[in-house]
Structures are given as C-alpha cells and as structure tokens.
Design a protein. Structure first.
Length: 327
C-alpha cells in the first residue's frame, strides 16, 4: 500500500527515517523511473521507507499560466505510476507562491527534515529547488553535509535504456518535453518508448453528437476536462479501460470531425469487441475511463459524405483489430 499525503503535517511523527526524492514527475517516464529505482534500492539497503515528493499544480501553471505546457498526465495517473515504481509513500505538495518563496534551507528543513525525517536524498543531476530555483545539486550536497543527510546524484537516462554519457554520443535523454513533442506529432510509439508504457488519457464518458452511433460505430466520448496530453489529430489503435478495470480493444478518433464541419476537438473511442449478446446494455455513459494509445493509423481527413467515411471507418476498425490482436 502506497501512503499518499497532501501536506507534511499529515506524515505520522514516527514515520522514518526515510529516503526521499523530489520532482514534478510529469509522465513518470523512464528517466524518472531510473531515479525512482535508485530511490527504492537505497531504501531497501537501509531498510527504511522511500518517499517521492511531487507538486500539484505543476509549478509552471502557477508562475506562467499562459504558457505552461500541457501536462502529460493527471494527478491520479501520476500517483498510480509512482506507486507502480515501488515507492512506499508520495507527498503531494500544494504548489503555491508561498511554497515557491521558501529558501533552499527552509524547504529542506521544513519539508524534508521536519516533515519526512529524511536520512538520504536521491536526486537527478538537474535538481532545482527553493526560491528562484536558487538551489541545485551542489546546494543540496552542502546542506546535507551541514544538516546530516546523504545525497546521491543519479545520471541522466537515454531512450536506449542506458545512462547518457558526458561525450553526448548517445540517445537523447528521456524528458517530459520529448514525450510532448512525440505526442504532438501523433507518434505514440516513440512516446511509449520514453514513458515505458502506452500514453493514456482519463475522463468521464459524456454524450456527444451521436454521429458515430448513427453510422454504426458508437463511441465513448471523453469530456473536455479529461486529463492527459491530447495527441495529434488522427485515428489510433488502442485500448479503453472501463471503470471496472476491463480492457477493451478500440479504434480511437482525435479531432474535430471535418467531414461534418466539426469545430471543437474530441477524443472518442469505438470499442471493437463489444459483447454482442448484450450490446444495448454496454453503456459507458457517466463512467470515468482511461484511453490508451498504441499506434496512429492515419491522419484526420474530410471525406465526401457519410458513405465514404463509413467505408474508411470499416478499414480503420479492421486495421486496429489486427494490430491489437498481434500485440
């Protein structure tokens, strides 16, 4: 069981000593996983709990809301992904201007030492913390020497699965920026390679225009406040995971339905292998579901009428079915 705390005051006084890491962890990609694996290994060696400290909302959404990047995943998926790495606890710090104003020393004392009783820290080489991002790895090591905790610095992690070397003659390092770039191009295969798992969105299934149902391809439409980075417009093969945890193969549409002069972008998933014996009872409305993207099949195209669109949708569903069956 992973402990989830939303403030240092929620941490039990007798919890710890601990091994701690700090980060935004948007995407919990393989670079993050590399740091977190070092965290859990260190915790096991010392036989003490491991804790990941993260922030909500993302600091960029507080400091520059008009230009903050779209998040790869929502908080629920981030907590699940962090839990999958084997950490014992996650402290979700509410990111505010008051928190941002804390000096590196104040942050270490109040959050890491007083709050979490940290005996060791495991951090990435690009660590920044404290007011104005004044603190870095050197700062943390100096504070560790001064206040009595150890600091372990973890190297970067390349997409090829190996730490990035100083000579630069390796794969590009894993990063949240790279994941967003791949998704913005519809390259969900590369995104999955960086993430270490398929990219997913999560949201409530809401009523749409019902055009898919009228054409013989009913879809589960995600609400516009769904979490997760919306990939480039197009048709994808993937999976819909319903509220009960059942995984259904799906053909997923991302876009504005240009054949019908659509305006707003929508994410909708057509479940391929619905149970035929009770298909009318296969109702996902109101459920919170996850949609996973496995591979992009094609871009979004405006067709000359419903007949041509239905013909292409049949091909899309067949291609998605074949691909997902192979997987």
């Amino acid at each position: 069981m992973v402990h989830i705390w939303n403030d240092p005051t929620e941490v039990p006084k007798d919890f710890g000593p601990t091994v701690v890491t700090i980060g935004n962890f948007d995407g919990v990609h393989r670079g993050h996983q590399h740091v977190l694996s070092q965290l859990t290994d260190t915790a096991k060696r010392h036989n003490i709990p491991s804790v990941a400290v993260t922030f909500d909302p993302h600091p960029a959404q507080v400091h520059r809301p008009d230009s903050a990047p779209e998040l790869i995943m929502g908080l629920q998926d981030k907590l699940e992904a962090l839990g999958d790495t084997g950490v014992d606890a996650v402290l979700v710090m509410k990111y505010t201007l008051d928190l941002a104003a804390m000096t590196p020393l104040e942050f270490v004392r109040e959050v890491l030492l007083d709050g979490l009783n940290a005996a060791h820290l495991v951090v990435g080489h690009d660590l920044r913390f404290g007011a104005g991002n004044a603190g870095d790895v050197v700062t943390m090591q100096e504070l560790g020497d001064q206040l009595g905790f150890g600091v372990q610095v973890v190297n970067e992690y390349g997409a090829g699965g190996f730490p990035v070397h100083d000579d630069g003659d390796t794969d590009r390092r894993c990063s949240s920026t790279w994941v967003r770039e791949a998704l913005s191009e519809g390259d969900v295969v590369t995104a999955a390679a960086i993430l270490g798992r398929p990219h997913r969105m999560r949201g409530e299934v809401v009523h749409g225009a019902a055009r898919g149902r009228d054409l013989g391809f009913p879809t589960a439409n995600l609400s516009h406040d769904s979490t997760g980075y919306v990939p480039a417009d197009g048709i994808y093969a993937g999976w819909l995971i319903d509220q009960a945890g059942t995984r259904w193969p799906a053909a997923i549409s991302v876009g504005s339905n240009p054949t019908f002069d659509g305006v707003s972008r929508q994410v909708e998933a057509h479940v391929i292998d619905r149970p035929q014996e009770n298909v009318e009872d296969f109702d996902l409305y109101g459920q919170t579901v996850a949609v996973e993207f496995t591979q992009r099949l094609r871009g979004m195209v405006a067709y000359r009428g419903p007949e041509a669109l239905v013909e292409q949708m049949c091909l899309d569903v067949a291609q998605a079915h074949e691909l997902l069956t192979r997987h």
